[in-house]
Write a protein that binds this ligand. Structure first.
Ligand code: CA
Ligand code: CA
Length: 421
């Protein structure tokens, strides 16, 4: 169809005259290529409002984009007209530093995205392949459809079959009469696709057609003409939500040390701040970007006293120290991610139960039998800044509840809450 060999430099010849002729031939072939049949995907609405049609659009997380699929230039390939057409839209996995998703509304995706070439690649829970594995939900018909009443529809006559296969995003249409639709020069509407930009989307997303399953056919079929990907739609998210990557204390870290001064329970000693690190600058973060959640939800809820951003990190300071026997979770609202820190006095082996085995674990650690060696918040039970034999005694005291301590023998922590609540 493209006759690319004609413009190959090796066809150049020794005389200027012939080279000049060759250039003209190449120019003509290029013009013919530009007129060849192709599908294009064009954004026409943003959040329900019409926009000037475009194949490249700046979007924000949470936007809903309505795109139209057009077919144009088929007269060169099918002078007798087009009688059958299929456009299969493919949603690529985010690439090149991009994250999040641009996905047709009405589709479910697994939390771990899976790229696919066909449905056999996909698991039973998300069995449909549109470039990634998805599950079509009940309202998918509102998200990928063909409006056969439009004046610019490829087959505006009544004698047609037109439908979308949601499982694969195939837009399929056939004229039931044998006369083909001539190419009158204007792009013809083929279908509508409504896309949602996910809350964490960031970077560039190119939505195009599959070169295996996208074709047009004429009155004499077969063969159909398989179309290479035409003009895709590029959606770019440039104002990206910072994504929480890690925390210090780390998510699910617990503190086994004494929760308050032995002589004075009002002098509390547990953690009060967390350094939260993001994938981009935390510069503009304030306390309103965060929320504190207790699991179990008992006792006094700490507030956020301050947020101090440095580079990609923000130090979040609470207005009171965390309490034993529960998780204190700091949730970053925009990214929907959280880190939880907990305290269970005497639980040196971090199995979320305070038992006599924990004292044995402290001894094993001192004897070098625990690898990797316990960290200070697991073994320096008396907060002397040293893991030493005295910590075994303090561990036993915490279990039995001597001095001002509550007895922690048999006390437990619930399972650590998930990073994505
Ligand atoms: Ca334990
Ligand atoms: Ca110690």
């Amino acid at each position: 169809m493209y006759h690319q060999g004609i413009c190959d430099p090796q066809h150049g010849t020794s005389t200027v005259t012939k080279q000049t002729v060759l250039v003209i031939v190449c120019a003509l072939v290029s013009a013919a290529q530009a007129d060849a049949a192709l599908y294009s995907l064009v954004a026409v609405k943003k959040n329900g409002t019409a926009i000037p049609p475009t194949s490249s659009l700046s979007v924000a997380p949470g936007d809903r984009i309505e795109a139209n699929i057009f077919l144009s230039g088929w007269g060169t390939d099918l002078p007798e007209g087009v009688r059958i057409a299929q456009a299969r839209v493919v949603i690529p996995e985010p690439q090149g530093g991009a994250r999040g998703l641009v996905l047709p509304c009405g589709f479910d995706v697994p939390s771990d995205l899976m790229a696919c070439l066909g449905s056999p690649d996909c698991p039973a829970e998300h069995p449909n392949c549109i470039g990634i594995c998805v599950k079509a939900t009940s309202d998918a018909t509102q998200c990928a459809f063909i409006d056969v009443t439009r004046a610019d529809f490829l087959f505006p006559e009544q004698q047609i079959t037109a439908d979308v296969d949601f499982e694969t995003l195939r837009y399929f249409m056939t004229k039931t009469e044998s006369v083909g639709r001539p190419d009158l020069g204007a792009p013809a509407y083929v279908g509508t696709l409504i896309l949602d930009v996910s809350p964490l989307a960031c970077g560039m997303f190119v939505i195009g057609t599959s070169d295996d399953d996208t074709f047009v056919g004429g009155t004499a079929s077969p063969p159909n003409i398989v179309l290479v990907p035409g003009h895709p739609l590029t959606l770019s998210v440039t104002s990206c939500v910072p994504l929480l990557l890690s925390c210090d204390p780390a998510h699910c870290d617990t503190d086994a040390r004494i929760p308050h001064e032995p002589e004075n329970p009002t002098i509390r000693l547990l953690w009060r701040e967390m350094v939260m690190t993001f994938d981009r600058s935390a510069r503009d973060m304030t306390p309103s970007d965060f929320e504190v959640v207790l699991v179990p939800n008992e006792g006094v809820l700490p507030g956020i006293a301050s947020v101090t951003p440095v580079g990609n990190s923000a130090t979040v300071m609470l207005n009171r120290r965390i309490s034993p026997k529960q998780w204190t979770c700091l949730r970053h609202l925009d990214s929907g991610r959280q880190c939880c820190m907990g305290s269970l006095p005497a639980d040196a082996n971090r199995d979320r139960m305070s038992l006599s085995e924990d004292v044995e674990h402290l001894l094993d650690n001192l004897l070098g039998m625990v690898g990797p060696a316990l960290r200070a918040e697991q073994c320096d039970i008396d907060r002397s800044s040293l893991c030493a034999p005295a910590d075994l005694l303090m561990g036993a005291d915490l279990l039995s509840g001597v001095e001002t301590f509550l007895p922690y023998l048999g006390a437990g922590l619930p399972e650590c809450p998930p990073e994505k609540p």
